[in-house]
Design a protein around this ligand. Structure first.
Ligand code: ATR
Length: 283
């Protein structure tokens, strides 16, 4: 931030220190000679109402990360169809003191799969690991984009079942099922038929985390594409690469969700390469 920049945009979370959104979004604003108006702020979840009141008065846009994506909802004036469906807001646009809520996490998934694998989600058989916030947004995007099938595997199987029920309501032909992350037979079947493995659990965030599944299962399908939302080399990604499978980390997902936020705020085309360079800068 330069001394004279006015901050019109914030990413909020708790914690938020690790966020690369400021460097990525400021690169996009600078590309259009709009200064560096974006910063990060840790907001205690108990004070989200106070923050919403502040945003109405003083900000043009906000990104929200864990744990704010759901708890902001009662304070939002209008939700986009996507954010209403997945009950998650990662982007606020503020116009005339009103808060408009959007979810660009789905656009992040679509963009990342297109960019990394040259593939559309339509028609794909997908095995998704996880049923938390990121997985919720992805599951809705997969059914909206008409993936052929979606198997949701989660440690807490109830959460996978709930998510499967919710997205089935919007499905236009995607076959949705829920399984336990520890059900090896079901996992084997799902991997054997999958075109894409989407790793959306938080495992891998910490260096000594175990892999979410038995990595020998990757040997069952030589056509499998492996995407891991974590953005450093996890054991899953390393094993996939050793086996010669197409594999990608979560960087492009963050770029594309950020690009969609930038376009919502400014109406300008997101400068993807500038955002990528910003994202990769050392913090
Ligand atoms: P995010 O916003 O990153 O999706 P989240 O909503 O907290 O974060 O969801 C975390 C996901 O990682 C969940 O699917 C969680 O599984 P549970 O629903 O069973 O909690 C999964 N996860 C976290 N730690 C895990 C572990 N040690 N083993 C397996 N799955 C784990």
């Amino acid at each position: 931030m330069t001394a004279h920049s006015k901050i019109d945009y914030l990413v909020i979370g708790d914690p938020v220190a690790h966020s690369r959104s400021p460097q990525m979004q400021n690169a996009a604003f600078e590309y259009y000679n709009m200064g560096r108006p974006y910063d990060k702020l840790r907001v205690d979840p108990a004070r989200i109402g106070e923050f919403a009141a502040y945003a109405r008065e003083h900000l043009k846009g906000v990104n929200l990360t864990v744990p704010h994506k759901q708890i902001i909802i009662p304070f939002v004036d209008e939700l986009s169809p996507q954010s209403a469906a997945c009950q998650s807001v990662n982007t606020l646009k503020i116009v005339d003191g009103k808060l408009y809520g959007y979810s660009t996490d789905g656009a992040g998934i679509s963009g990342a799969i297109r960019e990394n694998f040259g593939a559309a989600l339509k028609g794909l058989h997908v095995l998704m690991l996880g049923a938390g916030g990121a997985a919720n947004a992805a599951a809705f995007e997969l059914v909206w984009q008409q993936s052929a099938s979606l198997t949701i595997a989660n440690r807490t199987v109830d959460k996978a079942e709930n998510l499967a029920r919710k997205v089935s309501g919007c499905s236009q032909g995607t076959a949705v099922e829920a399984i336990s992350l520890t059900d090896t037979t079901a996992l084997k079947n799902a991997i054997a038929k999958a075109d894409l493995l989407l790793q959306l659990t938080s495992l891998g965030l910490h260096k000594d985390d175990p892999a979410p599944i038995d990595l020998t299962l990757l040997e069952l399908n030589e056509n499998l594409k492996v995407f891991d939302a974590i953005y450093h080399p996890t054991p899953l990604l390393q094993r996939a690469q050793q086996l010669g499978l197409p594999a990608a980390d979560g960087s492009e997902m963050l770029i594309f969700q950020g690009a969609a936020s930038f376009e919502i705020w400014t109406g300008k085309k997101a400068p993807l390469d500038a955002m990528r360079r910003g994202f990769k800068q050392d913090q």
